[in-house]
Every structure is written in structure tokens, then in C-alpha cells.
Design a protein around this ligand. Sequence first.
Ligand code: KIV
Ligand code: ZN
Length: 519
Amino acid sequence: MSADDSARVLIFDTTLRDGEQSPGCSMSRDEKLRVARALAELGVDVIEAGFPAASAGDWEAVHEVARQVRGPVICALARCSADDIDKAWSAVAVAERPRLHVFLATSAIHREHKLNMAREEIIRVAVEGVRRARGHCADVEFSPEDASRTELEFLGAVVQAVVDAGATTINIPDTVGYTTPQEFHETFSYLRAQVRGIDRITLSVHCHDDLGMAVANSLSAVRAGARQVECTINGIGERAGNCALEEVVMALATRAAQFGARTGIHTQRLYPTCRLVSALTGMPIPRNKAVTGENAFAHESGIHQHGMLRHAATYEIMRPQDVGLTRSHLVLGKHSGRHAFRERVRELGFELDAGELDEAFTRFKALADRKKELFDGDIEALVLQVESGTGGPWTLVSLTTEATTGADASAVVHLRHSDGRAIEQAASGDGPVDAALTAIEHAIGLPLRLDKFEVRSVSGGEDAQGEALLTVECEGRSYRGSSVSTNIVEAGVLAFLEVINRIEQSRAARRPRSAAGVA
Ligand code: KIV
Ligand code: ZN
């Protein structure tokens, strides 16, 4: 291995598996494909596409990503059972570069209370799992779940056994976000010192953020020799989330001398990828989020602004353009042509095909008729709508609302279905949003429960656009929708229709098919 190679840290993205496990972040198969393609463009080394044994939908999503996405290794997760491993392999085998990832908990608390297994049994089952996976695939990762709370000596014994059994990557998870940078450094140093043959495999780190230390703990593991970091876009994931990809990548890039390590990430693709995942999961990026938040490169105080004007490096350790934030003061309006629009879209980091560009430009013109000036936030929102559009079957033909202080509001909605049905429905409610959503609910006749409704502004000015984000429960499943408009009632209605369209699509996908490929 050349000196250069030993500095290379692989980025293993688990947005589609661990990230998607976080409440309210579930994605459809097509959305997962979009994210997988964006991750490939971003330059991640490994995409963990899902957990095929979890459901038929997961199997299909992994299979489609494996079939269609070229470049990164495509990985499928499995417990250490023959059934899980075979199912994971049946989903991922078609990939250009497949990987199987098997896991088994090793900590005393999991052994006693979850698995009811003794130490020797854990080692036996882990080894059997790795051997079965190796029977299918040359690239096998093993994770001792809850490693950070496992007795160090026993962790070493498990890792030794699975390395001997043929695992090619060993991932050490801090499953519950409990460890600290110093402690994890010691864990990795211990494993590197004690396990024979560890230098022949890739040592990986996987951290959760329960105490807000996922990125710091991952970086500490890199300093101790980890050469793969598992992370998610926007840090989404179980509970408080996972190590945020954009943060760990920019820390490694900005403090390269400290870490002596580098990734293969095209950092200018970070911001558009983070925005895409935010739009598809309905999880807004907090304003003060490191690297990609709206305030990450904003300077309010006079002293800072003065310094910035003299030299940007006085208060900026990264350049906004390095993470793909190419904000400009250029404002587009109804006289802007297709060329200026296309250039702005490209500068903002989005790649649209000809059809998508046509649709985005049509929407841009319609919006420019209603809104004097269009800022970057407006253009981003519009492009993301095109990129994540669910495309029917229901569309809104018209919406009329009436609201008077102190009285119930009323709404009339006119909807059309792609099968030709047209419905007009009126309802009253506690405010125009409630009235309009009730009218749609009556028109469609689905048992829906609105769990969350949020509105935020996506740009500035008096005629700023509002983005409505909502979460709805239907038949025990949670669905999300989002939409943007200068009229926030209309944004709410369009977001609600997006949810209804998702429900129809997922019901259609769940209808029994003859060849689903899942046992
Ligand atoms: O957090 C965890 O332990 C995991 C494993 C399956 C790697 O996600
Ligand atoms: Zn995890």
C-alpha cells in the first residue's frame, strides 16, 4: 500500500439504511434511487442501500439501487442468520461491486437482555454469519453492535474470530452514542494492537449522536487508524442521528494536517445533496447547522463583517463555494431568460435533464408572474419540487378559501385524478388550512390523521414563499409531504396532495405481484 493509499478514508454512507430508520424519514423506492444517484455523484465509496430482510419494500429498494447505481460499492445489511444473509445477497448480488454487512450485538446488556446468548455462542454465531456471507461475496463487513459498551477483551476476541473467518471490513459501532473521543481512540488502538491480521482488513467507525459527539468520536477513531467512516447526510438516523457526512468530510478536509487523512468526496456537491435529502425526508436543515446551515457562512456582528471585508479568512475557515454554497446577490425575475435560469440552477449545484429543466423553467415563469424577485432559496425550492415530484395521480385544479376573523373559514377544492375523475368538494374548518385539508379528506375518502404541520419561509422579501411540511398517518403508516408557494394555504394543500399521492402509490406497490423476488 502506498503512503498515499494509507491516508485515504473511505466514506460509507448509510442514509438509506440507518438514516431512513429515523422517525418520519422513510423514503419511497424512487426517492431512494434519487438519493443513491446523488451519493454516487458526491463520490461516496460505499452506499448502504438498506436491510432487505426488514420488508419486501426494503428488498426492492436495495435491489433497484444495486441494479441501477454504478460507481460506489452497494452494501446490504443482514443479521447473523442464514435467512437474512441469503435474502440480503439475493437483493444486492446484481450490483457492480456488492458488499454484505452482517452484525451481531456483543455487549453484556445485549447478550443478556436481547439475545440471551453466552459469549462463546456470540462468537460461534458471528463466525457462522461471516462464513455464510463469504460463501456469497468476497466483500464482507462485520459489526459487533454496541461495541462501545462491550468488554474490551471480549470485543477483541470477537473481532479476531471474524477476521479469521474472512471478514474484510470490521466496523466498530457506538450504537447508543455513549463513547467519548478519548475512549474510542483507546478502543481502536487496542484492537489494532491486539488483533492479528487487522492490518489486512479495513477498520471502520460508526457513531450515533446521542451526546452530540458522533463526529468527534469518528474523527478520533480516524486518528487511531480507522479508514472507513460510516455516516449519513444531514446526520439523520436513529434517535439523535448518526455522524453527519458533510461535517466529518469537511473536518477531514479543513484540518488535513491534523488528521493526515483524505476522502474522495467532491465537496462542492455537499450542499445540493444535503438539500435533496432534506426535501425528500421532510427534515429541514437547522439554520445554525455546521457546514450547510443558512447561517453557517453569515456574518452579523459589525466586527466580523469588518474583518470579512478585509480578508474572508479572518472569520471563515471554509469557503462557501467549497461545500457547494454558491449564493449570489443576483436576483432573477420575470424578464430573466432560460439561459440565465439554467446557469443559476447549475451554479446552485443541481443537474437537471432536459425534461426536468423544461418543467422547472415553466414553474419559474409561473412563479415570477406572482413574485417580483426570485432569490436562490426560491430557485432551490422550485428545482427540488421538480426533482422530488411524486407526479400524481391527483392534481389540484383550483382552490378557493374564505376566512373572516371570529368565524369558521370555508374552502372549495377542485381535484382531478389521472384516471379522469374530477371532484369538487366544500368544507369549513378552524382557519383556511383546516377547511381546505378537510375538503380534500372528504373528497378522497381516506382515513387520515394530520400529525405535524409546519410552515417556514424559503426566501426573503414581502412576497416570500412559504414551505409547508406535513406528516400524516394513514393505516398505521407515516407519510410526509412538502410544497412551496407564495400562498401558504396553497402550499399546505399541495403538500397534503403529495401525501395522498404517496399513499395511492404505496397502496398500488403493495398489491400482490406475481414475481416480487422475495420469499
Ligand atoms: O448502530 C449500529 O450498531 C448499527 C449497526 C447495524 C452497524 O447501525
Ligand atoms: Zn447505527
